[in-house]
Design a protein around this ligand. Structure first.
Ligand code: NAP
Ligand code: G4F
Length: 324
């Protein structure tokens, strides 16, 4: 069988690292694109050194993308690189838009310029539904983004669809609902909670400071979700798919489950609400209908919410235990 080559942007992020793990099991040659920085951040990808090829590139720099494609000659590109933290997007709306919106355009243009037949995956998001106009949200639900991040991702979504329709690029949008894991960035609420609970259990802290506890999300497990990205690019025709569990929980539910892992039932005593973590505009409720992906791609999630919370908490206990 012919070896396929994939270029993955955002390689050092949560999804990039899991996708590389998955593609290696499928026999791919994997190139992981990372930005040059003063100190390498390969917490999620240290184990991939020697197994994949790291390549420097920046979604804010057109020439670097052209060079990356020339250097790897990929069959598939997974565009996962982004300023992905919604809260930060109000502080850096311009950079967020440059990378998350124009970065997609730059990559699509680089594909066109290369003249190669490259399949393209765009990391779109449930944040595009924002102030939801329909529940559950599916591929046909109108969008109403509520943050500079959501707005920037909406451009990425449409330009991907547009290049598919204008130039026949095999380009797919995965509209992924929140997905979490042991490799989740520490600033996101689930990992902040699992890390905070671990610290409290180990006597290293006495509380967690959080913002809005009433928001509700459809939380899945990241390794399940990267399989859906791959499945989209293996299908006969390019299309857009919602990827979600169909279940919805609040931050309070997450807290209750996480504290229960360390036998604490009075979790409210350990949580302080802090204005600093409230957002100028909130997405209150997201729950996805992934019937299309389940029917067409045969995809379904395998790890339950409770199992995911427990894996995250015990992983953080292990990590902190190793540090002490
Ligand atoms: P993540 O952990 O924050 O990873 C994002 C990666 O993008 C980081 O490795 C970051 O590298 C890289 N990046 C940032 N700016 C870049 C630039 N200018 N050029 C190239 N790379 C750049 O995010 P994730 O959770 O893995 O998510 C992957 C993608 O899916 C993102 O596009 C995100 O918006 C989207 N998404 C995520 C979810 C979710 O729940 N996780 C749901 C829907 C969609 P640095 O280390 O250099 O900053
Ligand atoms: O964990 P979050 O920061 O994730 P958010 O905003 O849902 O975005 C994530 O999922 C999107 C898919 O829907 C992705 F596109 C995006 O890249 C990212 O991966 O916040 C979740 C909820 C929010 O309602 C927030 O207001 O948790 C609430 N929250 C309450 N206290 C907090 C905190 N969020 C964070 N990060 N930190 C807090 O202290």
């Amino acid at each position: 069988m012919e070896t396929k080559t994939a270029l993955v942007t955002g390689i050092n992020g949560q999804d990039g690292s899991y996708l590389a793990d998955f593609l290696l099991t499928k026999g791919y040659k994997v190139y992981g694109m990372e930005r040059r920085c003063s100190r390498k951040n390969r917490v999620n990808t240290e184990h991939l050194e020697g197994k994949i090829t790291f390549i420097n590139g920046d979604l804010a720099d057109q020439n670097s993308l052209l060079r990356c494609i020339k250097e790897c000659s990929p069959d598939e590109i997974y565009n996962l690189g982004a300023m992905s933290f919604v809260g930060e997007s109000w502080n850096t709306p311009e950079t967020t838009s440059d990378v998350n919106a124009l970065g997609v355009l730059r990559m699509l243009e680089a594909i066109r310029e290369s003249g190669r037949d490259i399949r393209f995956y765009q990391a779109s998001t449930s944040e595009m539904y924002g102030k939801v106009v329909e529940t559950p949200q599916k591929e046909t639900t109108p969008f109403y983004p509520r943050s500079p991040y959501g707005v920037s991702k909406l451009y990425g979504y449409w330009i991907t669809k547009n290049y598919r329709e204008s130039y026949g690029v095999f380009a797919c949008n995965g509209i992924l609902f929140n997905h979490e894991s042991e490799r989740r960035g520490i600033e996101f609420v689930t990992r902040k909670i699992s890390d905070g609970v671990a610290r409290i259990a180990l006597g290293l802290s006495d509380h967690i400071a959080l913002g809005n506890l009433d928001a509700q999300r459809d939380w899945g497990y990241a390794p399940d979700y990267v399989e859906a990205m791959w499945a989209m690019l293996q299908h006969d025709t390019p299309d857009d798919y919602v990827i979600s569990t169909g279940e919805c929980y609040s931050i309070r539910d997450f807290l209750q489950r996480a504290f229960a892992c360390v036998n604490i039932s009075n979790w409210e005593d350990y949580v302080k609400q802090d204005e600093r973590f409230m957002r100028p505009a909130e997405v209150d409720y997201l729950v996805g209908d992934s019937s299309k992906a389940r029917d067409v791609l045969g995809w379904k999630p395998s790890v339950s919410f409770d199992e995911m919370v427990s894996r995250m908490v015990f992983n953080d206990i292990d990590l902190l235990g190793d540090d002490n």
